[in-house]
Design a binder for this molecule. Sequence first.
Ligand code: SF4
Length: 118
Amino acid sequence: MSKPPISSKIDTRFLEPSPFADDGGEFIGKDPRNIPISDLRMLGHPESPIKAIRANCLDCAGSMSEVRKCVMHDCPMWPLRMGINVFHKSRNVDAPIKTTGSNMAPGGERDDGEVADV
Ligand code: SF4
């Protein structure tokens, strides 16, 4: 079964008339900087940018294994798709990725769909 169209999920509380004349009064998404945090939390989005990228990749690719195998290296999210900021200063490519339990697969990806917080 395919996903419902995005328009069926839009909550009009998070829309506002466009301030740009060229848009002719069309409603656009509210600037999140002007939405109370409690309302943003109610929407249930990840609060960490890295977790948001991971969630987007899962939505894009459809499964953890497909995110892991993604070949679109020109996508801006590709280096971050495993839910870890590989550009962080403390990253050491010579050290093996930590696995902390039997539910960890190689690469730090857990069998339950989550990625280890590193
Ligand atoms: S890196 Fe880009 S193309 Fe690959 S799964 Fe993530 S969003 Fe999709």
